[in-house]
Design a protein around this ligand. Structure first.
Ligand code: THU
Length: 170
């Protein structure tokens, strides 16, 4: 008894993702969604940071919804591209599952060659969306060119994320 109470274990998380040197090995749909994200960079309203971020979402009904970051002179109110796109999808197609989301970045100051990962708040919203739809969404990241990361399950970006289980005492 004593022994089992004192038992400790070191655990680890495994984070699986694909790294591609270009878009060549992507599926047609992955490429299409990434291309839509790049087109959506022109929607960015980023006069303060000069950092454009855009996201495109493929829905299970074939629709593609995109959005970009939307800044505010009161800086904490800036909206991230990922959450703008997720909210737009939820507003237009509240009950349609999201298959994948591509995110891209571009800066007025420096060429962007490294994929930029969603911020912590966006990861929390991605986790909630996956829980709501009971299905993972794939996340595709690429900057202006170069490496493409494909993350099969958005929730893997937020190990130990807070979810409704805690509120329900589970
Ligand atoms: N931004 C996003 O749109 N998504 C992220 O995941 C990180 C940051 C935006 C917010 C702000 O407009 C600009 O990038 C600089 O932080």
């Amino acid at each position: 008894m004593e022994d089992s109470l004192n038992f400790s274990i070191m655990k680890e998380h495994i984070f699986r993702y694909e790294q591609h040197k270009s878009t060549r090995k992507l599926t047609d749909m992955q490429r299409v969604v990434l291309k839509e994200a790049k087109k959506a960079l022109k929607k960015s309203y980023s006069p303060y940071s000069g950092f454009q971020v855009a996201a495109a979402i493929e829905l299970a009904n074939g629709e593609i919804i995109s959005g970009a970051n939307y800044e505010n002179a009161a800086y904490p109110l800036c909206l991230c591209a990922e959450r703008v796109a997720l909210a737009a999808a939820a507003a237009q197609f509240p009950n349609v599952k999201i298959l994948r989301m591509a995110v891209t970045v571009k800066s007025k100051e420096h060429p962007q060659l490294k994929p930029a990962a969603p911020c912590g708040a966006c990861r929390q919203v991605i986790l909630e969306t996956e829980n709501k739809q009971r299905q993972p969404m794939e996340i595709i990241l690429q900057a202006e060119k170069g490496d493409v990361l494909v993350i099969p399950e958005g929730r893997s970006l937020l190990p130990f994320g807070f979810d409704g289980d805690a509120l329900a005492g589970r």
